[in-house]
Design a binder for this molecule. Sequence first.
Ligand SMILES: C[S@@+](CC[C@H](N)C(=O)[O-])C[C@H]1O[C@@H](n2cnc3c(N)ncnc32)[C@H](O)[C@@H]1O
Length: 243
Amino acid sequence: MSDGRFKLLRESDTDAIVRDFQTGCDLKLEPDSDLDGAEVTLLMQINESMGGRAFVTGRDITAYLDRIPLEELNCDQQIIEVGAGISELLPSIVNNLGDQMPNKPIVIDPINYDHALAILTEACTTYRNDSIVGVLIDRIEEFRRRCEIFMSDKIDHLRMTLRDAVDSMHPKVFGRADVVIELFGPSYHPDIDFGHDASPCDMETLLTIMKMRRKLLKDPTTGIDISNGICEEQLSTNVCSLT
Ligand SMILES: C[S@@+](CC[C@H](N)C(=O)[O-])C[C@H]1O[C@@H](n2cnc3c(N)ncnc32)[C@H](O)[C@@H]1O
């Protein structure tokens, strides 16, 4: 594409990285990754005030179904997904039900979808003949389509962290949700909001993140907060202390 902005790096025979020197974004392609939904990942620079970098994946809806009770969702609810990344859940919901939804789903995530789309597009144009890119080309194209939906007017994207959304009492999300969903978002990667890489997430951090998510609910007693944070089931005994 343009003047040395992108480069394909090969660290081993089994993975490749497309690097964007303009945005500081790395697209890692690892066909044999044993991490569920992480054969294509992005390591993205998050703007200075948010600190650090974000590890971005794009799990399919099946991975969500395995972990969270999606049968609790219906068209009338205001859904907020925290840390959606490039996952399939909301693109799939708006493609299938968007016309019937009175409220657009909202994403809270510091990801820059413009930057993600640029590097994914580069991978499947300039580097499509590379053997590793070739193996994952359908996946990369799928991620491009999802980015376009996240950037469209079908979804409202707040490019900020959960903490910033809650601390600023952002009018679009504070006390606005019927359902809050988080899968491998800040609970797994709390470094952005907490200034350290707490993996596995410690209990205190998890509890803080849970409390923040619940501030997004219209009614914390009847609203639905579904997430897969590590050890979260152990926290259910503490739920009464969350409101
Ligand atoms: C590993 S990805 C998970 C993406 C998707 N949910 C999935 O399961 O494939 C983590 C996502 O959480 C976002 N994230 C990390 N820290 C966050 C925070 N404090 N607030 C909101 N989003 C955050 C990242 O930008 C990234 O998109």
